[in-house]
Design a protein around this ligand. Structure first.
Ligand SMILES: Cc1ncc(COP(=O)(O)O)c(C=O)c1O
Length: 400
């Protein structure tokens, strides 16, 4: 039988590439860039990253490391003083007692998640994933050959879950339960009781719990909580953490995983054949971030709280739009169902028209597995929030 050669214009790609798609958040960024290129002046609620500069003492530590020629390969899983600093900061924040051998330093929290999912999920394995979920969870699971089993939550229950909802989704193929609190995109913060129940379920059924703590320090009431502090958690839990949001360091690419030693070793093996070590001088800056003054984090959190109050009040004043109050992170996730109509019948179309006709960048709920919502990142100035709300009002008024 003749075998058809792949055409030059369409090279044959590995089958696994068909299991993932371009992130919808990236698609919004591309469209917004195109419009900006044409001279449009946009109000951007799309980007999920702090608009603050990285604090000066962190930048200074990177400069100092460069001056001292700290520019070579380091240990693949990160330098020991950084691992210790991660353990110490996590212990101070959440009362955990992780040790150096239970830490892997990665190139961002996303990389920690990628390594953990790759290390734990086999072909056909199921991963329980509450929706709305952060875009990359879904694709990282399918890329590994796993099957996301989505458990839907809604604003009526504040986008949180009961242990029963998770338990019902468990099958003999379940391997991992993946929780993200505070959540991107809903801003929900899950109660410690939920984590304890899930942990017990994991222990009973031999499952893993991956807990994404990327927004750990951005909660508006109470102290940060980590399931890693629960007795016996360290044998069943993989924590993915990040300095990206906490210290306004998105571009520096520094995250970490906290996990049982055998899991760390598996992830390290993968990291040694892919990225190798996190950037040498960034690791020094990360030590300065974790060990230095923390008032920069408090200042950012306080500003996010002011922005949250502003945007939630503004969104709620738009007739037909309903919006819960996020307890953490920096996203509003209003329900726009009442504003949808023929010709404007999905968040995706709504978001596209809002961008083209009003110059407001949002991310449609489809990206997060829901069909009635838009995500607004309020990691932008209060002035921008006010301008964006004004445009939203005008756009929505024209619909009715
Ligand atoms: C829920 C969640 N987890 C992880 C990440 C990864 O962040 P980074 O790779 O920059 O650490 C993000 C970034 O947006 C996120 O929203």
């Amino acid at each position: 039988m003749a075998v058809q050669a792949p055409s030059v214009s369409q090279p044959a790609l590995a089958g696994r590439m068909q299991r993932i798609s371009v992130s919808a958040t990236a698609a919004v960024v591309i469209e917004a860039e195109r419009l900006r290129g044409e001279g449009a002046e946009l109000v951007d609620f799309g980007a999920g990253e702090p608009d603050f500069p990285t604090p000066a003492h962190i930048k200074q530590a990177a400069v100092e490391a460069l001056r001292q020629d700290f520019t070579r390969y380091t240990a693949t899983g990160g330098i020991a003083p950084l691992k210790d600093a991660i353990c110490r900061r996590h212990a101070a924040l959440c009362g955990t007692s992780y040790q150096r051998g239970e830490v892997l330093v990665t190139l961002g929290g996303k990389h920690a998640l990628f390594n953990s999912i790759s290390a734990l999920v086999d072909h056909g394995d199921e991963v329980i994933l509450p929706s709305p979920y952060w875009v990359s969870f879904y694709d990282q699971i399918t890329y590994a050959g796993g099957r996301p089993v989505v458990v839907a939550t809604d604003e009526e229950r504040g986008f949180t879950l009961t242990p029963e909802m998770i338990e019902k989704a468990v099958t003999p193929r379940t391997r991992v339960i993946l929780l993200n609190s505070p959540s991107n995109p809903s801003g929900a913060v899950f109660a410690p009781a939920l984590f304890r129940a899930v942990l017990e379920l994991c222990r009973d059924r031999g499952l893993w719990l991956i807990s994404d703590e990327c927004y750990l320090q951005f909660i508006y009431e109470g102290a940060p909580y980590s399931v890693g502090a629960e007795p016996g958690a360290r044998e069943r839990v993989i924590i993915a953490g990040s300095l990206s949001k906490t210290y306004a360091m998105t571009g520096w690419r520094l995250g970490y995983a906290l996990a049982p030693k055998p899991v760390i070793e598996a992830m390290l093996k993968l990291q040694s054949h892919s990225t190798s070590n996190p950037v040498s001088f960034v690791q020094k800056a990360a030590i300065a971030a974790l060990e230095g003054p923390q008032d920069c984090v408090t200042a950012m959190l306080n500003e996010y709280r002011r922005r949250r109050d502003l945007i939630i009040a503004g969104l709620r004043s738009i007739p037909g739009l309903c919006c819960g109050e996020p307890a953490g992170a920096f996203y509003a996730y209003p329900n726009i169902q009442a504003l949808l109509r023929p010709g404007l019948d999905s968040p995706l179309i709504f978001s596209q028209r809002l961008l083209r006709e009003a110059g407001v960048v949002t991310v449609p709920g489809e990206a997060f597995g829901t069909r009635s919502h838009l995500r607004f990142s309020y990691a932008t100035s209060r002035q921008n929030i006010e301008r964006g709300l004004q445009r939203m009002h005008e756009f929505c008024a024209k619909l009715s």
